[in-house]
Design a protein around this ligand. Structure first.
Ligand SMILES: Cc1cc2nc3c(=O)[nH]c(=O)nc-3n(C[C@H](O)[C@H](O)[C@H](O)COP(=O)(O)OP(=O)(O)OC[C@H]3O[C@@H](n4cnc5c(N)ncnc54)[C@H](O)[C@@H]3O)c2cc1C
Length: 407
């Protein structure tokens, strides 16, 4: 058996990796977390953090550090479908708001929290190999920039290394609920585009775009088209991006009056679940479950994984549960929690017009504040689509709409 210097090695130090390392270190375990990036570091991702993600930061004692960075809060989500707009409050009494923190700020805060909890953080460290002995992952091999190659061993290696996960490539986990890339999204930052605490979303045939405020008085604007148009549009991202806004003239006017402050960044992602554990390894965040970014679930999903996985590993390390049983609970809790949102997200990401029943329901919601808040909370990941679109709730919303029409 390898000599385990660490209880856990976490590969990747962003939304999934640093919180996992922090939570394990807070329980007293010896944790090494490595990332080839040096923080503060940006990444290809927009960064709407819905209220459940904000609630996780509060539970971990980190929310005040975020609010101290002058990150504007977001208290209203609006969805402009063309004929009408649904506008609601995304949060709960405890956590009423969302934030849009730059990843340079948020990820640095998380890395620092892992370090403050006692985890050893190695930035600028690239993992080249996952070490597997007798079918069990026992460590990682890698190097710092320009440094010699070293091997580190642990009871568990946790892949928090994103959707192209090196750990997943090494252990080849079962992959399920696969769906292909559905849309491509492009974003940049604008000054002079005030949002007044609003996340605005515009839904049009084959197009969707959204805007929300972030640090330094900037507004992030992301827009996308179906993946089938990737080839046709890739030669003129700026032209196609700006043309989209003509589908919502008042928004186009605001963008025309604003100033672009960054380059265009964009991508398309596949959709999948992976079994997140096996002998000597675990996966958290995008490495274990990846979905289109249209509903912006990735960061709070990564936070939830961190809590579930750290709890399961704590039970294992402290001999309260066998590894497989504890990790199976992590996997089933994760899957049960996200599956209906995954289906909803991947449906939205097709950018096909909502089916007629949904269009009728959306029209019925318009003007009904409770229902509009409910819809905003679905997108925020606060209420599950299954609950919101239950027969009982749909019945309630449509009968309220009928009563209002006949009043
Ligand atoms: C265009 C786009 C927009 C998005 N918008 C939102 C949004 O608004 N809100 C939201 O919640 N989510 C959003 N997401 C999703 C979100 O970015 C991810 O879900 C989240 O970043 C996942 O975090 P993670 O820690 O699992 O992985 P990542 O953020 O991918 O981090 C993985 C880390 O692992 C490191 N790493 C990988 N391999 C190695 C190696 N071999 N050696 C060393 N280090 C390694 C990388 O350097 C990286 O820092 C968006 C995604 C995209 C692509």
């Amino acid at each position: 058996m390898a000599d385990n210097r660490y209880d856990a090695i976490v590969l990747g130090a962003r939304c999934a990796g640093s919180p996992t390392a922090m939570l394990l270190a807070r329980k007293g375990y010896k944790v090494l977390v490595v990332d080839r990036a040096r923080f503060p570091s940006d990444t290809v991702s927009t960064h709407l953090l819905h209220p459940p993600g904000v609630a996780a930061l509060r539970r971990w004692g980190l929310l005040e550090r975020l609010t101290a960075t002058d990150c504007p809060s977001i208290d209203t989500y609006s969805f402009d479908f063309g004929p009408f707009t649904i506008s609601g409050s995304p949060g709960t009494g405890d956590t009423p708001v969302a934030y849009g923190p730059r990843r340079t700020v948020l990820d640095k805060l998380l890395v620092d929290a892992a370090s403050a909890a006692g985890a050893e953080v190695r930035e600028g460290f690239t993992v080249k190999d996952v070490v597997i002995e007798d079918g069990r992952v026992t460590g990682v091999r890698g190097h710092s920039n320009g440094g010699r190659t070293v091997t580190e061993h642990a009871q568990v290696v946790i892949g928090a290394d994103g959707r192209h996960s090196h750990v997943a490539r090494a252990v080849q986990p079962e992959q399920y609920h696969d769906k292909p890339q559905l849309l491509c999204g492009y974003y940049t930052y604008w000054s002079g585009l005030p949002m007044e605490g609003r996340f605005e979303n515009y839904i049009r045939p084959d197009r969707a775009f959204a805007a929300w405020p972030t640090h330094h008085d900037l507004t992030l604007v992301i827009g996308g088209w179906p993946f089938a148009e990737f080839e046709a549009n890739k030669g003129d991202i700026e032209g196609n991006y700006l043309k989209m806004f003509d589908l919502a003239p008042p928004f186009a006017e605001r963008v025309h009056a604003a100033k672009r402050e960054g380059r265009f960044v964009g991508t398309a992602v596949p959709n999948f679940f992976r079994k997140p554990y096996g002998p000597g390894w675990a996966l958290v965040g995008d490495a274990g479950y990846n979905k289109d970014f249209i509903t912006a679930q990735g960061m709070h999903d990564a936070f939830r994984d961190a809590e579930l996985c750290a709890t399961a590993l704590d039970q294992t390390f402290s001999d309260r549960s066998p590894f497989d049983a504890a990790m199976e609970r992590y996997q089933s809790t994760r899957d049960e929690h996200v599956l209906s949102m995954y289906e909803f997200t991947t449906q939205l990401a097709t950018l096909e017009p909502p089916p007629p029943e949904l269009q009728q329901l959306l029209a019925a919601m318009h003007g009904n504040q409770d229902a509009m808040d409910g819809f905003a909370r679905v997108i925020a990941g606060v209420i599950s689509p299954v609950e919101f679109f239950s027969e009982q709730n749909i019945g309630r919303i449509t009968s309220q709409a009928r009563a209002t029409t006949h009043a």
